[in-house]
Design a protein around this ligand. Structure first.
Ligand code: GLU
Length: 500
């Protein structure tokens, strides 16, 4: 008889002590993609047992960032599921129950050592060569009746795991780090439950992972040293140990661990700088995993089909902003006009020259920006500056340097050019569209015996205010005839003194 393969159940377990950072987002993506690739379940669990640093606001920020990235969870906050609640502070009874089980089995004992006593012992151990600075098990040998009486008298105490004496090496096969072996005495009698009754991270994590039937624990390599501790807790509880995969560090371009010093570190900061969620998912997926070592554009549906733990590398990954920009540019090129407008809208509204109402009312007009900009921007935040001139009606703000270089340069005859162009722009018999306008203006080069650039650059400056702009006639087509004529008139008047 063949055994039915176990359903893959993975989780992302952020502590709501801050925003969703790049490293956390990558962990979430790996778990999500692994669940999807295996038809399993992706669980979101909030680890909020640190009351000082956890806030509901941070939880909301994390959920929002997950949604923005498009990482949907099958079980978790706001979704529910058969193993809920999915917030640790609401699961206290489960930790109590697990502790009771360990107490009954003699695998946990109360410890009354004060912080001062422990600190003093640790200092002494450090001073002594080869001294043991783990917990020295003072309370492990207390008479249970004496311990019970001290508890009954209200003496503060923690609960520790009674690590089996002479435990052999603690071993596991990590999907990224390979075979890992820690000496049996690597773990001291660690604390499971603190004086205030709250569970420690290692204890709560194991109780949850086991109660939630997690099959694979995929998390940052900063937890690698916690894994032997957690294995001892699984053993004490008599629960199956999941498969582990630890993810290497993400470094900045300078080879140092990615941190605030490198600029943006939270997912929202990348959203606000104008990256697409698709880009972020693709880019972060490649920080420590590869499909075949070469493919760089891996859309989310391909990721969800192909992701596997065996292609995770233990080599640290480098966060390369240039590659991120390139990749975002690639996604922009294929996203389509309608989605593009929705993506640039917040940036243009923020810049103050358009309103949400206008975008909604004239979506199609805005969609014409897509062919103009799709190949030219890497981030949506670059858009407002590039096209602000189009929203100024009859007004143009002339850039002094551009005027000097393109209108007033010795022998460039920009005044003549602009007078001719004005006549073309005012000529209602010419269709108001990019090609006819551009072709007609183009004939001036021959007529005036000027190089093309001496015809087109003055128009660019008069219309946009500067010598660098997105494709000029595509932009002109989107603007109004009378505004273009008015801008040329204004330039002729202010730069060349023409009477209006
Ligand atoms: N709450 C832990 C963290 O944010 C989770 C670690 C784990 O996945 O076990 O680092």
């Amino acid at each position: 008889m063949t055994e039915t393969p176990k359903e893959v159940r993975v989780r992302f377990a952020p502590s709501p002590t801050g925003r969703l950072h790049i490293g956390g987002a990558r962990t979430a993506i790996y778990n999500w993609a692994f669940a999807r690739a295996n038809g399993g379940k992706f669980i979101l669990r909030i680890e909020d047992t640190d009351p000082e640093r956890s806030t509901e606001e941070n939880t909301q920020v994390i959920l929002r960032a997950m949604r923005w990235l498009g990482l949907d969870w099958d079980e978790g906050p706001e979704v529910g599921g058969p193993y809920g609640p999915y917030t640790q502070m609401q699961r206290m009874d489960t930790y109590t129950e697990a502790l009771e089980q360990l107490k009954a089995a003699g695998a946990a004992y109360p410890c009354f050592c004060t912080k001062e006593e422990l600190d003093a012992k640790r200092e002494a151990a450090k001073a002594e060569q080869g001294g043991y600075d783990g917990y020295d098990r003072t309370c492990r040998s207390l008479d249970p009746e004496v311990a019970a009486a001290r508890i009954a008298a209200g003496e503060p105490h923690v609960w520790r795991l009674a690590v089996p004496e002479n435990h052999g090496p603690i071993e596991f096969d990590d999907a990224a780090f390979g075979h890992c072996s820690f000496p049996g005495d690597f773990v001291d009698d660690l604390i499971l439950v603190r004086t205030d009754g709250s569970p420690t991270y290692n204890f709560a994590c194991v109780v949850d992972d086991s109660n939630m039937k997690i099959t694979h624990v995929v998390r940052g390599a900063d937890h690698l040293n916690n894994t032997p501790k957690q294995i001892l807790i699984y053993e004490a509880l008599g629960k199956p140990i999941p498969q582990f995969a630890h993810l290497s560090m993400i470094l900045g371009a300078d080879g140092q661990k990615l941190s605030k010093r490198h600029g943006a570190t939270s997912v929202e900061e990348y959203r606000d700088r104008g990256y697409l969620p698709d880009t972020m998912v693709n880019f972060l997926a490649l920080l420590g995993w590869s499909l075949d070592g070469e493919t760089t554009i891996i859309p989310r549906d391909m990721l969800c089909e192909k992701f596997s733990l065996d292609r995770i590398t233990k080599k640290n990954a480098v966060f390369d902003e240039t590659k991120l920009d390139w990749m975002n540019g690639e996604y922009i090129k294929t996203m389509g006009a309608a989605a593009f407008v929705d993506a640039i809208a917040p940036f243009m509204i923020e810049a103050g020259f358009v309103t949400a109402e206008d975008i909604a009312a004239r979506h199609e007009w805005y969609e014409k920006l897509y062919p103009i900009l799709a190949e030219r921007v890497k981030r949506f935040s670059e858009v407002p500056e590039k096209i602000a001139f189009m929203f100024d009606g009859a007004k143009v703000t002339l850039d002094e340097k551009s005027v000097q270089k393109n209108l007033l340069k010795e022998g460039c005859r920009a005044d003549e050019v602009l007078r001719e162009v004005r006549a073309i722009m005012a000529d209602e018999s010419i269709e108001w569209a990019c090609d006819p306008l551009q072709d007609t203006v183009g004939t001036l080069a021959e007529k005036l015996e000027l190089k093309n650039k001496f015809v087109f650059q003055p128009v660019r400056v008069a219309v946009t205010g500067t010598q660098v702009s997105p494709p000029l006639f595509e932009c002109i087509e989107m603007m109004k005839r009378e505004d273009i004529v008015a801008r040329i008139d204004y330039t002729l008047a202010t730069v060349f003194g023409d009477e209006q």
